[in-house]
Design a protein around this ligand. Structure first.
Ligand code: NAP
Length: 515
């Protein structure tokens, strides 16, 4: 059995102690073991900070961009093999796996493009200089410089490739070395990605490390100008927020956590119109893609009360077409959840929703296709409906991280906004309307509770990629429950890994200094 180790201090290390087993979630067969017990984390952090940091800071943005491009190309070249691993260890269908892997290579390529445009510079100049006294020469200029630490990238289990790609692209382009801590349960893909980088020498020495296995005391080693970029559950996030290095050491921490994303159907949208069809398409895709294990997935579906049964019926019709089972079967369109813990959590969450709402689909027994009897972490697409969005509680408070959504009736734009905001802050929500006034009332009412809003009308119904796809051009993150973090968003994504300094002095001197 393959034992996954860690890549630290420039070499691979496989722990000898207790191992954890990684499973195929469709069959529960063991696919690999993992152990980094005994890994010298202090040395790993020191090597990354000192060697990786120095190497990266010596490169210009254009040279760092070449590193990103080389990694992107290597992932693309290895696409088929990575897809196989994601199917085996993540329960992904081929489509799910492509979404993750192409998301990673696409994001890296996008940031390579930005780096190339920045060219031969090493410092990002921010805005115009400001004259600070009566004479024209004494000026102030803001600039972003790489933080002299290491970026600890902690990822969730659901996007082992893209999760690395989006964080790594921004950190490396900003000039910070990275230590990747993938979720243990789906570490096969992450490990192969780092193997590719190491085998082909795609990154400067010390710029990229991998810490596999349970976290243990990992966060004890983070200090000074290091940063933690975390994606995962709110409980782990709360633990990170309470770290002494964060509380009293001002350690920089970015959190991408749970999210009760919403889709709102405007009262103007006619049954069967292009906007209606886009709404049904986006919602049904979000419930089932990656078996609903997507941080951006639509969980709450707000529809005008007089459209409740039409919308529910249309969604049920789509969800009935989904074939749940082992992704190795060609006809399967939705795989299992990633772990047994996920299965228990999702089942418990569905029970909570069932206690306050009615099933539209998902209550009947089902048999996953191509899975050994009684094996696999399967849940079928599940939809609830309720005539009163305002009355329910769990649906606005508890994220069921699986193929599950709730259709909620509302009356009037104000009630829709109020209902959406009950989610306490989300990554992304979507609005479907052809009426400008409705679009304005909903979008402006919802904006401050979101990182991103997607407004779909008939004109862009065929062009939009839907709310579930995170594009590097726009920010990813959200306030409140979603963690309060912010990633990506073009060059904005580099800020977290950089330090902003205000330089004051003689204009020609500053201009020469900043290139
Ligand atoms: P999780 O249990 O919080 O784990 C996330 C990561 O944190 C894993 O790599 C985990 O490692 C690590 N971790 C756990 N304890 C740690 C510690 N003491 N110190 C350092 N790292 C530690 O979350 P998950 O179950 O993987 O992911 C599901 C959640 O992530 C969902 O709630 C979902 O909403 C959220 N999510 C959010 C986004 C977003 O962008 N906002 C994206 C994807 C997922 P181990 O695996 O080794 O325990």
């Amino acid at each position: 059995m393959q034992v996954l180790g860690s890549y630290a201090s420039g070499s691979w290390f496989v722990g000898q102690g207790k191992k954890q087993t990684l499973l195929n979630p469709a069959t529960e067969e063991a696919v690999a073991e993992i152990s980094s017990e005994g890994l010298d984390l202090g040395r790993a952090f020191h090597f990354a900070r000192e060697t990786g940091g120095k190497e990266l800071r010596a490169l210009t943005f254009a040279e760092r961009a070449e590193v990103l491009l080389a990694i992107s190309r290597a992932l693309h070249k290895e696409r088929e093999a990575l897809i196989e691993l994601a199917m085996k260890n993540g329960g992904n269908t081929r489509g799910d796996a492509k979404f993750d892997i192409d998301g990673a290579s696409g994001t890296l390529a996008y940031y390579a493009g930005l780096g190339k445009e920045l060219g031969a510079k090493r410092v990002l100049v921010e805005g115009e200089s400001a004259q600070l006294s009566r004479g024209p020469r004494f000026v102030g200029q803001h600039a972003l410089v790489p933080r002299r630490g290491v970026a600890l990238l902690i990822n969730a289990f659901n996007f082992p490739a893209w999760g690395i790609g989006e964080k790594a692209a921004c950190a490396l382009l900003a000039g910070m070395p990275i230590l990747i801590k993938p979720a243990t349960s789906t570490a096969l893909v992450a490990t192969r990605i780092v193997e590719l980088i190491a085998e082909q020498n795609l990154a400067p020495k010390g710029a990229i490390s991998l810490l596999n296995g349970p976290a243990g005391n990992l966060t004890d080693f983070v200090s000074g100008e290091d940063v933690i970029s975390f994606t995962g559950g709110s409980k782990t996030a709360a633990m990170l927020r309470a770290l002494p290095s964060v509380v009293s050491g001002s350690l920089r921490l970015n959190i991408e956590a749970d999210s009760l994303n919403a889709a709102v159907l405007g009262a103007d949208v006619e049954l069967g119109s292009d906007t209606w069809n886009a709404f049904i398409r986006d919602v049904s895709r979000d419930i089932t893609q990656k078996a609903g294990q997507k941080c951006t997935a639509i969980r709450r579906i707000f529809v005008p009360k007089d459209r409740l049964s039409d919308a529910t019926d249309a969604l049920v019709e789509r969800l009935r077409e989904i074939v749940v089972g082992n992704p190795t079967e060609d006809s399967v369109t939705m795989g299992p959840l990633a772990t047994s813990t996920q299965l228990a959590d999702v089942r418990a969450g569905i029970e909570r929703l069932a206690a306050e709402s009615s099933y539209a689909i998902g209550a009947d027994p089902f048999q996953p296709l191509g899975a050994p009897a009684g094996k696999g972490f399967f849940v079928q697409p599940t939809l609830f409906f309720s005539n009163d969005a305002a009355r329910e509680n769990a649906v606005h408070a508890h994220e069921v991280f699986g193929p599950c959504g709730s259709v909620l009736g509302y009356e009037g734009n104000e009630a829709a906004v109020e209902g959406v905001r009950k989610g306490g802050g989300a990554l992304v929500s979507s609005i479907y309307t052809d009426d400008r006034r409705t679009a304005g009332e909903l979008a402006l009412g919802m904006a401050s509770a979101h990182g991103r809003l997607v407004i779909t009308n008939a004109k862009i119904a065929e062009q939009t990629v839907g709310p579930g796809t995170v594009l590097p051009h726009s920010i990813h993150g959200g306030p409140g429950r979603a963690g309060g973090g912010e990633e990506l968003g073009g060059l904005r994504g580099l800020s977290f890994y950089s330090h902003r300094v205000a330089l004051q002095g003689d204009r020609p001197l500053l201009e020469a200094l900043l290139g």
